[in-house]
Design a protein around this ligand. Structure first.
Ligand code: SF4
Length: 343
């Protein structure tokens, strides 16, 4: 199956540069240049087992040119990656079977020789290269230079990062991009007008993020979920395929009425993806309290093999692996996570 999968594809898709990525009982085909995924599942795939996470989320630096109050990075963490060590690590991840890297930080545009790094990683690995940025350091020259070498640029929407100007730049440059938008109760009263404004600016990919943290004012209360779900349904129906709406995995089952492309019962942290910090620690996800130092990709591989089946919740309000995301009726964070953090 791993070798003769092309016979299952329509003829127009057989020529793409597919990479195979076994799952437990299925096979993913992925073409990094188009971002196209195909999942094959049948009798022929029942024996397959996942042998690597699909994605590594890597904080390349802890340095940032903004200081957002809700930022979850550990301000005490060092920036231990060098150009050479990061390149070697990512190349080894590609050989292991990882399909994508999603770089963040800190601000990845501040990593030394970032443009050259993207070129070199693209040329020397099979990875799809994605990165999240506040956009302040993006230029048209940079975007032209990396054209065709990256999968997706994720632009974070903040009050302080002039994102409308950056969106105009990304659209003008024909960049492949989407926006990361943190949805808090304060966003709800104007969420539709902001969404339509972004759409009119040329945004076609919206990732709607839930808040994880200890500030009750930023968490949804019960009534907010219904309001938000109704908004997503309304937009989904009226967009008619013009743009994609994505929900982060941490919403869990709090939005049951919203149509999903894939049914998922777990967020897959620690299994389909792992988080790698700027000071070289492994976590199941970026919000997790488990953090294990490592030296080499082999250490990461061993960690993944040992922990991937545990589905351990993160000790943070908003984690979908905790009952009701560990939130009380008024949006406060329950004591459960205090106990969990000590485990
Ligand atoms: S473990 Fe919890 S916080 Fe982490 S990705 Fe999963 S649902 Fe989100």
């Amino acid at each position: 199956m791993l070798n003769d999968y092309r016979k299952y594809l329509p003829s127009e898709l057989r020529g793409l540069n597919w990479q195979t990525h076994p799952l437990d009982g299925a096979l993913i085909l992925f073409d990094r240049n188009t971002g196209l995924n195909i999942k094959l599942k049948g009798e022929e795939t029942t024996h397959l087992e996942r042998n690597a996470p699909r994605t590594l989320l890597i904080a390349v630096t802890n340095i940032c040119n903004l200081q957002c109050p809700f930022c979850y990075r550990d301000l005490e963490s060092a920036s231990d990656w060098t150009y050479a060590s990061l390149l070697e690590f990512c190349q080894a991840a590609s050989e292991w079977g990882v399909l994508e890297v999603a770089f963040g930080g800190g601000e990845p545009m501040l990593f030394p020789n970032w443009e050259r790094f993207i070129h070199e990683l693209y040329e020397t690995s099979n990875l799809a290269i994605n990165f999240t940025t506040n956009g302040l350091k993006l230029t048209s020259n940079f975007l032209r230079s990396i054209e065709g070498k990256y999968g997706n640029i994720r632009l974070s929407l903040y009050e302080t990062n002039h994102y409308e100007t950056t969106i105009a730049l990304l659209v003008e440059s024909g960049a492949r991009f989407g926006v990361n938008w943190l949805i808090t109760p304060d966003e709800l009263p104007h969420i539709e007008s902001k969404f339509l404004k972004l759409l009119s600016l040329g945004v076609r990919d919206f990732l709607l993020l839930s808040y994880k943290g200890s500030d009750p004012a930023l968490h949804f209360q019960r009534q907010h979920y219904a309001e938000f779900a109704a908004f997503v349904q309304r937009m989904f129906r009226s967009l008619n395929g013009v743009a994609q709406i994505k929900l982060d995995v941490c919403w869990g089952d709090m939005l049951p009425e919203v149509p999903r492309l894939f049914e998922a019962t777990d967020c897959s942290a620690g299994d389909a993806f792992l988080s790698i910090t700027s000071d070289k620690r492994i976590k199941p996800c970026s919000f997790h309290h488990w953090a294990v130092p490592f030296e080499t990709l082999d250490d990461v591989r061993r960690y993944w093999q040992q922990k991937r089946g545990l589905h351990q919740a993160a000790a943070i309000g908003g984690c979908a692996r905790l009952p009701d995301r560990a939130l009380t009726l008024n949006g406060g964070v329950s004591d459960e996570i205090i106990h969990l953090a000590s485990v």
